[in-house]
Ligand binder design. Structure first.
Ligand SMILES: [Zn+2]
Length: 241
């Protein structure tokens, strides 16, 4: 079996865009830890604060989840976290969401954008509505950001310029095209990043132990990458230089 190639390594900025706090923490943050250790600047953009994910009132939950996400980010070397504040559980695919994501892409100017699987079926079952809507909007927003006639008010009134992202990487995809090998320190950081969602994991109750299932997950991708641990991605080349 041929080994999967690594994603492009000559990158300086990478933007991860997902629906909820914790979406990056089911394995993908091991790749983030690896990138930041190499000096890549990584920023997280969350569509929601995850306020509908626990038993308590959303007003109480939003700041808790934001705090836990900041801790999770710190575990893997990420200091820039932006939350768009769309309503958790009710993300709508559409121009307002594409506009918000495109704005952050034009602002941060990433070489690569990472998102999570937005297929109808994912993660061993029916994918969640927010994941589908957010991921599809990310896939479109990377192209929107590059077209000066799309969301042109950002160019004409907000002082932004069009931005070309080289590739979109989809994590958690059943048919990865690329894999980033990660070492034990990145695996440890990834476990710590998921454990940062303390109140949330307590709410779930019977959640499996991150120290057990995260290494297992990364070992699976490692087999495809020819290393002990790896994070697999489906890479979509967006062309251009
Ligand atoms: Zn989620």
């Amino acid at each position: 079996m041929s080994e999967l190639p690594a994603p492009p390594s000559d990158v300086s900025r990478l933007l991860c865009v997902v629906a909820h706090p914790d979406d990056m923490e089911y394995g993908t943050s091991a790749a983030v830890a690896t990138w930041t250790a190499r000096g890549v600047e990584v920023a997280y953009l969350l569509v929601t604060a995850g306020e509908a994910g626990m038993a308590e009132d959303p007003q109480t939950v939003a700041p808790i989840r934001e705090r836990e996400q900041r801790q999770a980010c710190a575990c893997v070397g990420v200091s820039e976290l932006t939350i768009l504040g769309h309503p958790d559980g009710m993300i709508e695919y559409g121009l307002p969401l594409r506009r918000d994501i495109a704005r952050e892409i034009r602002r941060f100017r990433p070489d690569l954008v990472v998102t999570a699987n937005f297929d109808q079926e994912a993660y061993g079952g029916l994918n969640q509505a927010d994941h589908r809507a957010a991921g599809l909007a990310v896939a479109d927003a990377v192209r929107d950001a590059d077209n000066r006639w799309v969301f042109r008010e950002q160019i004409e009134q907000e002082g932004l310029t069009p931005w070309h992202t080289r590739a979109l990487l989809v994590a958690g995809h059943p048919a990865p095209t690329h894999a980033l090998a990660v070492g034990p320190p990145a695996v440890t950081a990834a476990i710590a990043s998921l454990n940062s969602h303390e109140a949330y994991l307590r709410h779930i109750g019977d959640h499996p132990d991150p120290a057990e299932f995260i290494p297992e997950l990364l070992r699976e991708d490692g087999r495809a990458a020819g290393s002990e641990y790896a994070v697999g991605f489906r890479l979509f080349d967006l062309g251009g230089a």
